[in-house]
Design a protein around this ligand. Structure first.
Ligand code: HEC
Ligand code: HEC
Ligand code: HEC
Ligand code: HEC
Length: 162
């Protein structure tokens, strides 16, 4: 017995560690984890109960048919209204306007998709915004690039010039 004491001690520590690990796991793992796979099953219902904020590609058409038709006829056909403005729910509830829809007039909006970057697909129309504006002598001598500048030549909803 004298000679195996250290083994018993190590064994007791090992059992203690395993029990602690099991207890911690029991306390930390959410109740519905594993019901239907390696995730918390209750999160499905939680996501399904979130309010819907986006209306989708045609949700603006009933009230803004003019902008809708302009956009559908041009190269921005695949860019949904909510990408450049904001989710429908910020603006409309129960079929009526509830608040102003954000309108971003900064060149930065266009730059998200069109500023020249080596990482973009080559067939994406891209410009170096500063060079593009310089070519038309439209960079102010001082101060920021003015709001709405891209819209002076391009119709933001149908930007092609050809
Ligand atoms: C590529 C970005 C972009 C997309 C996509 C877009 N808009 Fe706009 N929209 C703008 C910008 C920028 C302005 C502000 C133009 C200005 O006055 O300088 C604007 C202005 C507007 C206005 C204010 C009136 C006007 O025509 O100036 C309305 C209404 C509007 N958009 C509705 C829509 C609807 C509806 C859609 C989808 C069919 C849409 N927009 C898609 C960028 C966009
Ligand atoms: C139930 C009708 C309705 C729907 C749907 C609707 N709007 Fe509007 N919107 C209005 C009204 C009313 C105005 C104010 C008058 C106007 O400019 O025509 C307005 C104005 C705007 C404006 C100008 C800024 C402002 O708030 O006055 C923008 C931009 C706009 N809407 C974008 C959108 C976009 C993008 C969608 C779709 C995601 C959308 N709207 C869906 C009714 C609607
Ligand atoms: C969310 C991304 C996105 C934003 C923001 C965006 N665009 Fe575009 N734009 C596109 C796509 C996609 C195309 C079509 C590319 C294609 O045809 O392959 C396009 C096409 C264009 C073209 C080429 C037109 C043609 O017919 O040759 C111009 C010019 C343009 N956009 C200007 C603008 C301007 C100005 C703004 C800001 C008001 C803007 N874009 C904002 C995605 C975007
Ligand atoms: C003074 C008028 C003018 C202004 C302002 C202007 N553009 Fe242009 N843009 C043009 C013309 C003209 C073309 C077509 C000829 C060319 O490719 O240079 C063009 C072409 C483009 C193209 C397509 C390039 C291609 O490969 O097909 C994009 C994208 C573009 N512009 C984005 C913008 C953005 C973003 C802004 C705002 C920062 C802007 N433009 C401001 C006149 C303008």
């Amino acid at each position: 017995m004298e000679h195996t004491k250290h083994l018993w001690r190590a064994g007791a520590i090992a059992i203690f560690l395993v029990l602690t690990a099991l207890l911690v796991r029991h306390l930390l793992v959410p109740e519905s984890f594993g019901v239907d796979g390696f995730y918390r099953y209750d999160s499905l219902a939680e996501f399904m109960n979130k309010p819907v904020v986006h209306g989708g590609a045609t949700s603006c058409e009933p009230c803004h048919s003019e902008q809708f038709e302009t956009k559908m006829a041009g190269s921005h056909v695949s860019v949904t209204c909510e990408v450049c403005h904001a989710p429908l729910a910020q603006h409309v509830a129960d079929g009526a306007k509830t608040a102003d829809m954000p309108v971003m007039r900064s060149h930065r909006l266009c730059g998200w998709c069109h500023q020249k970057l080596v990482s973009r697909p080559e067939d994406m129309p891209q410009v170096d915004i500063i060079e593009h504006l310089e070519a038309f002598e439209m960079i102010p001598e001082e101060g920021d690039i003015p709001e709405g500048i891209c819209g002076e030549c391009h119709d933001v909803h149908d930007p092609g010039l050809g």
